[in-house]
Write a protein that binds this ligand. Structure first.
Ligand code: HEM
Ligand SMILES: *[C@@H]1O[C@H](CO)[C@@H](O)[C@H](O)[C@H]1NC(C)=O
Length: 485
């Protein structure tokens, strides 16, 4: 008995002695848990997670209503899920945009599916970081800066009018969405890059774009393998174009005694800028080619959808249309017969730009985009572990009644006052903000100007459904009835 007594009293002492240590350990554990509190939300079934729900909602163009909104209602503006094997945190709202978009390269980097990277090329701006990224981003956006608008607008205006003459002349019915796709393709090549579009180029590019968000399976017959073949085809064309430009510029440099920087206009176009950077050894040929391919991807479906939705909203809101029409008629009658619009005139289209911005607020061409955490991130009391994905969203921001009262109604006058940063984000924000924003703006304004001053038009299907593949578009290509004024 004595032995037993001894043991139990010894145990008792031991426990007493160890208790604080135990408590301390427990507490520490708790602290770690608190410090590593994951955002709320369901991870779904193993690997797939909630991917099927996500796809189903996306296909119906109801990703926000059917996937994001119900989860926001349950968990708040930040929640976790799992998509295609990746734990993903979905965030909404201006604060989240500011945090994640401005911390690009520090806390997160942009993250694209393997098929996109393979088709755009790993040397495009998408995959670049830090200084390399800044250099390429700067080349693109400075080609489109305010000083360039002076020569860009007349050129853009000529292209728009040529396309209207060719495709609308003698017609009663036009597929507006298909028309704008062809137009924006020519605008990117001729206005921004300074490359003449060759036969069949658009079709090859469309085949590439069709594979960008499909599984990267190179089995013959899949969309992806067709896209890879198209990519090789376009690469051959572009290599030829880039090398020709290179020879041309080298010859020019020799002729001008080594100091030549090209003429004023050539100086602003992007291909000569890229090739000049190549000649200085600042860019490789692969980088030039990949960035041309990426640019088409970035500009094509986005601008076309923005234009389609602007016209749709104009058709639905005749009062706004009257105001907009007056803006363009006044501009036209103030210009004198046969005078084309220029960079200054773009600034006078302020009501039109409000209409376009409001249309893009309601129907942002880009739902949001993925980032990857490169460190453990602390945000709003939650931890987002290193390696997890983050999806920031335009819809989750644009439908916030705090910044856009009665958010589902169409009201261009919302933009009478400037919006605080990160509240309106159809073009993203931070270091990866859209490099083509100015081109998109000019493209939309110039097209609207020529259409409304030359044609009466109406939608054939006023409530045409919108589908997503993977960017949104009107299912019938948005046919409109037209008649010349
Ligand atoms: C209405 C039309 C457009 C919309 C809504 C749009 C939207 C966006 C958005 C949201 C991003 C950021 C993506 C991210 O953060 O991951 C972006 C990036 C980009 N956009 Fe646009 N875009 C449009 C038109 C254009 C055009 C016409 C060009 C062509 C020059 C262009 C070129 C780019 C490029 C190069 C980037 C990548 C910038 C970088 O990574 O630094 N975009 N765009
Ligand atoms: C695009 O437009 C150009 C010129 O306006 C035309 O020659 C070409 O056939 C069009 N391409 C398609 C696919 O519609």
């Amino acid at each position: 008995m004595e032995i037993n007594n001894f043991i139990s009293s010894w145990l008792f002492t031991l426990i007493l002695a160890l208790a604080p240590l135990f408590l301390l350990l427990k507490l520490k554990q708790k602290c770690v848990n608190i410090r590593h509190k994951l955002p709320p939300g369901q991870m779904g079934v193993p690997w797939l997670g909630e991917t099927m729900d996500f796809y189903r909602a996306q296909q119906a163009n109801r990703l926000f209503e059917d996937f994001v909104q119900p989860r926001m209602a349950r968990h708040g503006k930040i929640f976790k899920t799992r998509l295609l094997g990746s734990p993903t945190v979905i965030v909404s709202g201006a604060e989240a945009n500011r945090f994640f978009l401005s911390n690009e390269f520090k806390l997160v980097i942009s993250s694209w599916p393997s098929s996109s990277v393979q088709l755009m090329g790993k040397n495009s701006i998408m995959g670049k970081q830090g200084e390399r990224h800044r250099h390429i981003h700067g080349l693109i956006s400075s080609s489109l800066g305010s000083s360039s608008a002076e020569y860009l607008v007349p050129k853009l205006s000529k292209i728009v009018q040529r396309h209207l003459d060719v495709h609308w002349g003698g017609q009663e019915r036009i597929n507006l969405y298909h028309f704008t796709k062809n137009l924006t393709f020519h605008v990117v090549f001729e206005c921004l890059l300074g490359i003449d579009v060759e036969m069949g180029m658009l079709e090859i590019f469309e085949r590439i774009l069709e594979g960008v968000f499909t599984p990267a399976v190179t089995v013959p017959g899949t969309r992806f393998s067709r896209a890879v073949r198209a990519r090789k085809e376009i690469e051959r064309m572009l290599v030829r174009i880039v090398r020709k430009k290179e020879e041309e510029m080298e010859r020019e440099r020799e002729n001008s005694g080594g100091g030549g920087g090209g003429n004023e206009e050539g100086g602003a176009l992007l291909l000569p800028r890229y090739v000049a950077a190549m000649l200085r050894g600042e860019m490789s040929e692969e980088e030039v080619i990949d960035n041309i391919v990426l640019m088409v991807f970035a500009a094509h479906d986005t601008t076309s959808f923005a234009i389609a939705m602007t016209f749709r909203m104009l058709a639905h809101h005749p009062n706004c249309y009257q105001l907009l029409l007056k803006e363009h008629m006044d501009l036209k009658s103030g210009k004198g017969e046969g005078k084309d619009i220029n960079g200054e005139d773009i600034k006078k289209m302020s009501y039109t730009w409000k209409v376009a911005r409001e249309s893009i607020r309601l129907f942002p061409p880009i739902f949001g985009s993925f980032r990857k955490a490169i460190v453990d991130i602390e945000y709003e009391g939650f931890t987002i572990p290193k390696g997890w994905k983050v999806l920031w969203t335009t819809y989750g921001t644009h439908y916030d009644p705090e910044h856009f009262p009665d958010p589902t109604s169409f009201n261009p006058d919302r933009f009478n006052e400037p919006k605080p940063p990160y509240v309106y984000v159809p073009f993203g924000g931070g270091p990866r903000v859209c490099a083509g924003y100015q081109l998109a703006r000019m493209n939309i304004l110039v097209l609207v100007h020529h259409v409304v001053t030359r044609y009466d038009w109406s939608l054939i299907h006023p409530d045409e459904p919108i589908t997503v593949d993977p960017l949104p578009f009107p299912v019938h290509g948005m046919p409109i009835q037209i008649s010349p004024k």
